[in-house]
Write a new protein. Structure first.
Length: 390
């Protein structure tokens, strides 16, 4: 039994690495990534230990309903959207699809170091690493600021580096820090009983990656997580004791921000980030919403964004906007109930993990292919832990 549990834990940890780092440049990579929830369900589930969450089942039902309704009315549905249907169904109808397993610190450090190294390769122009990342994680967009040649043109120059945004293997800096945010949350959960000093090396790497990325949303989120971590899983009597290191930590962070502000780093321009990023996404959503006339689309959405151009916009690029567009009012309500049900458990692991939903204001979580798989593996893990303890 012990050997089987060790094998299962090892496979689950390997799945975490795959979900985060597996290249999606080939059909094989996409199939493996999309099948991970189903594979993990088969690896982890025993008949007498099957558990479920009724709200995840209901949300999965809404997804199926949206697909059926839009297929009947003849909406455009691509092969890619059908692949996403399979992933959505496995994510929510099989939730939780893993039994609890310990996520090794070695895995967390490996993933964080891998992502940070993918940034530093472009910062310092490390040729063989750049060639490796360009081969397996090529940039397919058309924004010059994320283009490898552009980033390499100023590698090693302080003025250039301080004003650039490095997204590593994901190219988009916000995406990079969004994944690192999950790693940070998991690191705090897995090391909740260790001293604050033990956590410092991991935090230093996270702050370094965030600074290089120039992600204002990420910087804001990391500060929130660090603040909450001082109160995470501590009895009320120890909160006062935690206030001292919290105060010292915040004071140190203020001094660091003051020092870095002398260099006009983009990552510190938080207020302009909120105005430009969130304001633009609200504008996109209102452009779509003001043209919405179909009661069916209002209730069950469009299932996919394949036809979003008919509303005169290219993307919505926010969790709340994508949720309403894809699955309508029913999707918004049932997904909210799913998250609220997790919050109602009063389990501190689950509540701490739900902090990631802050990213949904200006980015996507379940509507990002890689992020949805990665985050739901983590969420399944700690939900199973809650159910097993209960």
């Amino acid at each position: 039994m012990i050997k089987k549990d060790n094998l299962r834990t090892g496979l689950n940890n390997f799945a975490v690495v795959l979900a985060l780092l597996l290249p999606h440049t080939s059909l094989v990579g996409l199939i493996i990534a999309g099948s991970l929830p189903f594979i993990l369900f088969l690896v982890n589930t025993k008949l007498h230990e099957i558990t479920y969450n009724k709200y995840s089942l209901v949300f999965g039902g809404v997804i199926l309903l949206s697909f059926v309704v839009n297929a009947i009315v003849g909406s455009e549905i691509s092969v890619k959207s059908l692949q996403r249907l399979f992933t959505f169904i496995t994510l929510f109808l099989l939730f939780p699809f893993v039994l609890y397993f310990k996520i090794y610190n070695g895995v967390l450090y490996f993933c964080l170091a891998y992502l940070l190294l993918s940034q530093l390769a472009y910062v310092f122009g490390i040729g063989f690493l750049v060639n490796f990342y360009n081969t397996f994680y090529p940039y397919t967009g058309d924004l010059q600021i994320y283009n490898s040649e552009f980033l390499l043109s100023g590698s090693g120059e302080a003025d250039f580096v301080l004003n650039r945004r490095y997204g590593g293997i994901y190219h988009n800096p916000n995406q990079l820090i969004r994944y690192i945010s999950v790693l940070l949350l998991v690191f705090f959960i897995e090391n909740r009983n260790r001293s604050q000093l033990y956590k410092v090396p991991f935090l230093i790497l996270v702050i370094l990656a965030t600074s290089i990325a120039g992600s204002r949303t990420g910087f804001f989120f990391v500060i929130i997580v660090i603040g909450f971590s001082f109160f995470y899983q501590r009895p009320p009597i120890s909160i006062l004791k935690s206030s001292v290191p919290l105060f010292m930590g915040l004071l140190g962070l203020i001094l660091v921000i003051y020092f870095l502000s002398q260099y006009e780093m983009r990552v510190l321009e938080v207020s302009s980030g909120f105005n430009n990023s969130i304001g633009l996404k609200v504008e996109w959503f209102l452009t779509f919403f003001n043209q919405l006339s179909s009661p069916f689309n209002f209730l069950v959405g469009h299932f996919s964004t394949d036809n979003i151009l008919v509303y005169g916009i290219n993307i919505l690029d926010s969790e709340w906007g994508e949720l309403f567009y894809n699955f309508g009012l029913l999707g918004v309500f049932t997904l909210f109930m799913f998250y609220f049900d997790l919050f109602k458990t009063k389990d501190r692991n689950l509540r701490f993990l739900l902090l990631i939903l802050i990213w949904g204001i200006s980015s996507t979580i379940i509507f990002s292919f890689r992020m949805s798989i990665f985050y739901m593996i983590i969420l399944s893990n700690y939900y199973s832990y809650y159910k097993q303890r209960k």
